[in-house]
Design a protein around this ligand. Structure first.
Ligand code: NAP
Length: 247
């Protein structure tokens, strides 16, 4: 029970990786705020967390909108009184080759992935500074490290998250707030389910551990980073990809 009496706010946690992170933290004692654009699915995750005996709130949230983010943070304050752990997980893809990528695809992905992470970090770190405690975990991607054809927007957003993680870690360290990133490889969720089979086969052949990752593989590393065992780690990006990228 590493997170007893802790409140964790996980964005984009109605499904996929975020849902597993929320369930893992709840299983270890945390109360959970699910902030997601999809309220219907978020409510299902809320019910699953409550079944574990924890408090949970599903809040409709678009991370791209700073005034909505501050509204959500105020609701969390009213209900839970604090945020100990923030996981910036909400993310999207809109793939196209560079020459065919329009402003709409570029802006949407940068806005959700990078600006959303900035918005939530800014709003929540204000509270953490007052508490003199906080753990922020940003979900990046190995694509932010190695790039990927067809993902100029996504790779730039995730590289931006890695840089933002380092800056936030430096700015917030003196207030006992640790900021780290997790860079997943290929994880089986709805985001990757729509990829063509031949691309999946090619990716699998590049994974030394010879399997795709599960959301639980990411959740366990997030739990470690949010725990006291990781108290001396900040500004880092932990790659969780079955060995695909070795730096
Ligand atoms: P997912 O299954 O698509 O889940 C993402 C969740 O975020 C969805 O519930 C989605 O709602 C929500 N969301 C989208 N836009 C939002 C917004 N503006 N505000 C709040 N919530 C929003 O994706 P996933 O695979 O679990 O990915 C989670 C994170 O891991 C993302 O940051 C992704 O980039 C990263 N990641 C994933 C992989 C992978 O292989 N799956 C690899 C590396 C990194 P809707 O479904 O309604 O859009």
């Amino acid at each position: 029970m590493r997170f007893e009496n802790k409140v964790a706010f996980v964005t984009g946690s109605a499904q996929g990786i975020g849902r597993d992170i929320a369930l893992k933290f709840a299983a270890e004692g945390a109360d959970i705020v699910i902030g997601d654009i999809n309220l219907e699915k978020a409510a299902k995750t809320q019910a699953e967390i409550e079944a574990l005996g924890r408090k949970a709130a599903a809040l409709e949230l678009d991370v791209t909108n700073y005034s909505k983010v501050t509204e959500t943070v105020n609701k969390i304050l009213d209900k839970f009184g604090k945020v100990d752990i923030l996981v910036n997980n909400a993310g999207i893809t809109k793939d196209a080759l560079l020459l065919r990528m329009g402003d709409a695809e570029w802006d949407a992905v940068i806005n959700v992935n990078l600006k959303g992470t900035f918005n939530c970090t800014k709003a929540v770190s204000r509270l953490m500074i007052k508490e003199r405690y906080g753990r922020i975990i940003n979900i990046a991607s190995i694509i932010g490290i190695i790039g990927n054809a067809g993902q100029a927007n996504y790779s730039a957003s995730k590289a931006g998250i890695i840089a933002l993680t380092k800056t936030a870690a430096r700015e917030l360290a003196s207030r006992n707030i640790n900021v780290n990133a997790v860079a997943p490889g290929f994880i089986q969720t709805e985001m990757t389910a729509r990829l063509p089979e031949e691309l999946k086969a090619k990716m699998l052949s590049a994974i030394p551990l010879a399997r795709f990752g599960n959301p639980a593989d990411i959740a366990s590393v997030c739990a470690f980073l949010a725990s006291e065992e990781a108290a001396y780690i900040t500004g880092q990006t932990i790659i969780v990809d079955g060995g695909m990228v070795m730096v």
